[in-house]
Design a protein around this ligand. Structure first.
Ligand SMILES: [Zn+2]
Length: 118
């Protein structure tokens, strides 16, 4: 259920950007997700639609997704590598005992498209 809070956070950030730029509308939200995310982009989209349903500022806004790699450490051979897979295998020894960087952001709002005309 924490996707709801995460989505709300994204909306709050986008709203701040829009207000700071005297925007009439938010047209696009650019998100970057990493394999550290324990939810799908679909769930973010679903909550986004739910949370902005009655919100004129976000009406018709599009979500864009990009993936970013996350750093990982093999628990077997201590190899450190970068991965875009949610359940990666160590490239050195092939072990699936891999820990993703716990400080990696799960999803970030990287850019906001606004319409300030009108
Ligand atoms: Zn390894």
């Amino acid at each position: 259920m924490h996707e709801l809070g995460i989505t709300q956070g994204i909306i709050d950030r986008a709203r701040e950007v829009a207000v700071a730029n005297s925007a009439r509308k938010v047209t696009d939200l650019y998100l970057t997700m990493t394999p550290a995310a324990d939810f799908t982009f679909d769930s973010i989209e679903m909550y986004f639609e739910m949370l902005t349903d009655e919100d004129e500022l976000f009406k018709g806004a599009h979500l864009h997704l990009a993936w970013a790699p996350v750093s990982a450490t093999c628990l077997k051979c201590s190899d450190q590598f970068s991965t875009e897979a949610p359940q990666p295998r160590c490239p050195q020894c092939g072990s699936a005992a891999v820990r993703l960087d716990p400080t990696a952001p799960m999803v970030q709002l990287t850019d906001v498209g606004i319409d300030d005309k009108g």
